[in-house]
Design a protein around this ligand. Structure first.
Ligand code: FE2
Length: 158
């Protein structure tokens, strides 16, 4: 069976890999910011574009609309996840600004927010939201989500 949740969970592992790389670079950043800034710039671009396709497109346009037939957006976890997506995107920008301005506190603050919030966010999706999806979605629903994910992947080549 084509399992869209499996695809999304595998993408979470990729995102967590980038988050781990950012965390370890942030440790070095405190002592040698000049040497670490190029890697961090590269990593945040990678994270931003992964997050855009995975969270803002595949989840928000593929999975969530199908779940909203039984789980109203504003009354539960979907609304919370979307709120966290929005806040994370803002912090990605703050992090980039900090790197460009050489503002070390801004980089450290945004960096620690991004790494801790993303780990927690992905944990909640893997262990709560996707379990709710697995319990409620019919195999037709799953196929519908899968088809949408394939369409998005084709469009964004990810
Ligand atoms: Fe996700």
């Amino acid at each position: 069976m084509n399992d869209p949740l499996e695809i999304l969970m595998n993408e979470h592992k990729e995102v967590l890999g980038i988050v781990d790389d950012i965390s370890s670079n942030l440790k070095t950043f405190q002592d040698s910011p000049a040497e670490t800034t190029p890697q961090l710039k590269e990593l945040i671009e990678k994270l931003d574009s992964e997050f855009d396709v995975h969270s803002l497109k595949k989840e928000e346009q593929g999975l969530f609309p199908v779940m909203e037939t039984f789980l109203p957006r504003d009354e539960g976890p979907i609304g919370v996840m979307i709120g966290e997506h929005e806040e994370l995107v803002k912090r990605f920008q703050v992090f980039k600004e900090g790197l460009n301005e050489g503002d070390h506190d801004k980089v450290m603050d945004a960096g620690s927010y991004i790494t801790s919030t993303l780990r927690d966010h992905i944990y909640k999706e893997d262990n709560i939201l996707y379990n709710i999806a697995r319990m409620h979605l019919s195999s037709e629903d799953m196929q519908k989500v899968y088809d949408k994910l394939m369409e998005i992947a084709k469009e964004y080549q990810s």
